[in-house]
Design a binder for this molecule. Sequence first.
Ligand code: AMP
Ligand code: MG
Length: 407
Amino acid sequence: MISVEEALERILAGIAPLSVSQVPLAESLGLVLSGDVVAQEDMPPFANSAMDGFALLGEESRPRDGQPPRLRVTGTVAAGYVAQHSVTTGTAMRIMTGAPVPPGADAVIQVELTRSDSPQSEWVEILQEVKPGNNIRPAGEDMRRGQTVLVRGTEIGPWEIGILATLGKATVPVIRRPRVAILGTGDEVIEVDQPLQPGKIRNSNSYLIEAAVRRAGAIAHRLGVAQDTVESLREKFSQAMQADLILTSGGVSVGDFDLVKNIMAEQGAINFWRINMRPGKPVAFGHIGQSPLLGLPGNPVSAAVTFELFGRPVIRKMLGHTRLLRPQVEVIVEDGVADVAMRRHYVRAHVTWRDGRFVARTTGNQGSNIMTSLLNANALVIVPEGGVQVRPGDTAQAMMLDWPEVE
Ligand code: AMP
Ligand code: MG
């Protein structure tokens, strides 16, 4: 049996970011940029007004003999239009926010600092002196042509999408999403729309894993459930071999005749098949053909927890992320952990920030078949291997499942 750390290291060692693809901008959310993004134009592309007001020559705003200067208004520039004439001595033009500054003008005074008889008035009084450049957003103030604005490896979020749109990138070079094949195993497992029959249970794992795979950013393909026979598994695996990653659940413990392990040995290679942890000792890793296969345990809680620990980092690495693992914090385990285990124990818990520290409450019965222990859990309290006891009020490390990954 190997440690969680060694398992993770062995799994990630053979995983690399997938190939590059161009995706439409709106579909790039959450993906990783596969190349630098260089501005091909100045942003803003032209000097424009930061305010609604009047474009003028700054030096003409200076009071004369203690009186506010009066300028003749020769027209209006709205956003989206270009002035047809220049601002000259003794004149000003009405201008809107975002409109290009007309030639000749070197400043904009906001409308609040002016006085006119009516909105269409031909004259405007300038009530405050403004310097050249006032309220003007110069061309290239935000981004300059030739400037590298986003670097390769950046995760694309809504703000990056805004920048990419500004730069006219209708498609974006990214690392493509992995395709993940998901396979259930077991003669007892029936589909979710089937009524229960004696001895049967519904296939919860495939759906749980599919959702977790999608949340990690991959494309999930559920391939149904293989029977506990070599033939049935072989047939399902032949469909799964196109995938970038195969996830199975069940069929790797000794009681299952080691079916998944046998097929891995037959059609690829086994790297390991047991981890010193709980829940989820029977986790297998290896290859079927060229595709990595992560064999998750059959017990739903074990499948859920081991996916978070091993499956999600694999998908993130394939997506080109460098931050692969959830952060850990020290918590007070308010209610303690009832059972003492020799294996590393990942205890489902709800962690909150209270009175200046993180406090964890475990989610009750921690049996690997107790699916309700997953409800309301946002963290895994980590009890080290070797029979460590965590009493109420003791501190422990917790892995935060609802915090973004760190390096
Ligand atoms: P196994 O690892 O195949 O021995 O399965 C361990 C436990 O998980 C057994 O109680 C199985 O019935 C259960 N199990 C296996 N596969 C699934 C599944 N797809 N959905 C729900 N429970 C499952
Ligand atoms: Mg089974």
